[in-house]
Design a protein around this ligand. Structure first.
Ligand code: MLT
Length: 268
């Protein structure tokens, strides 16, 4: 489905009924990264996933795209869908966006799931590397970024070539302005570390044991800092843990949802 939020038209999925779950993908992916969750959970929950601006079916706007801007898009989407508070599930860059959303719209979050992500901002070196990558995109296109990122998404010992191709397919529709905007936005994102202790909604932290892009130690730090949070490190999974090990991931998520006993929140 398509909807105009703020100044762009975005692609999104909204299926099922019940407690709303909002899935936010990482860089440079698209909402198809969550298809195995959407398929498994739509019979029990309302599952919503969007393509962030500049990715998947969504138009790109101006650059940079700050995490705050993505969070505004999420909010505009939820307002139009009239969901009320959601369980917010963010992977990697989607986790940075989720922490920004929580900062900006705390009343719209009733639960938080942080997947293969971290709270720390970029080091000076990492931010400079992102800006250099962004500068090359107009000349070299997004393909070079995809070729760099795609091999880092799955566990090193995962030799499933069909799955690796599917991962590339999730990245292919990324627009140059989307990739540049995200790179520059991530480079300037604020550090969220000191905010973690104030998170008061039920929180689940999940990561792949073999994630080399954002190592599981980052998830351990998140779980230690967020009061009452639950940490699950899923074996035989790399950065894209929900796509690579969907059954294990969905099991952890559903058990946690059951324990948290979310009810359909009243719209605010
Ligand atoms: C992602 O998967 O969203 C990115 O690897 C995050 C990052 O580069 O920091």
């Amino acid at each position: 489905m398509r909807m105009t939020v703020n100044d762009v038209t975005i692609g999104y999925t909204d299926e099922g009924r019940g407690v709303p779950l909002l899935f936010v993908h990482g860089f440079p992916l698209s909402r198809g990264a969550w298809q195995k969750q959407i398929d498994a959970l739509r019979s029990s929950y309302r599952v919503i996933a969007l393509d962030l601006r500049g990715f998947g079916e969504s138009q790109a706007g101006s650059v940079p795209v700050t995490m705050a801007r993505y969070a505004d898009d999420l909010h505009a989407l939820l307002q139009q869908l009239a969901t009320g508070p959601v369980v917010l599930i963010g992977h990697s860059m989607g986790g940075y966006v989720s922490l920004a959303f929580l900062r900006q719209y705390p009343k719209m979050v009733c639960g938080l799931v942080l997947v293969g992500t971290k709270a720390a901002k970029d080091t000076v070196k990492a931010a400079a590397a992102r800006r250099a990558t962004a500068e090359n995109v107009p000349a070299k296109g997004v393909q070079e970024v995809i070729e760099t990122m795609a091999p880092k998404m799955l566990a090193a010992d995962n030799h499933d070539r069909a799955m690796a191709e599917q991962v590339r397919g999730l990245m292919t529709p990324s627009k140059p302005a989307g990739v540049i905007g995200a790179l520059l936005g991530m480079a300037e994102r604020p550090d969220a570390t000191t905010e973690l202790a104030r998170i008061s909604v039920p929180t689940l932290v999940i990561t792949g044991a073999d994630d080399t892009l954002i190592p599981s130690t980052e998830s351990e730090k998140l779980a230690q800092a967020i009061p009452g949070s639950q940490l699950n490190i899923i074996p035989h999974a790399g950065h894209l843990v929900a796509f690579e090990q969907p059954d294990k991931f969905n099991h952890v998520l559903e058990e946690w949802m059951d324990r948290a006993a979310f009810t359909i929140p009243v719209s605010t």
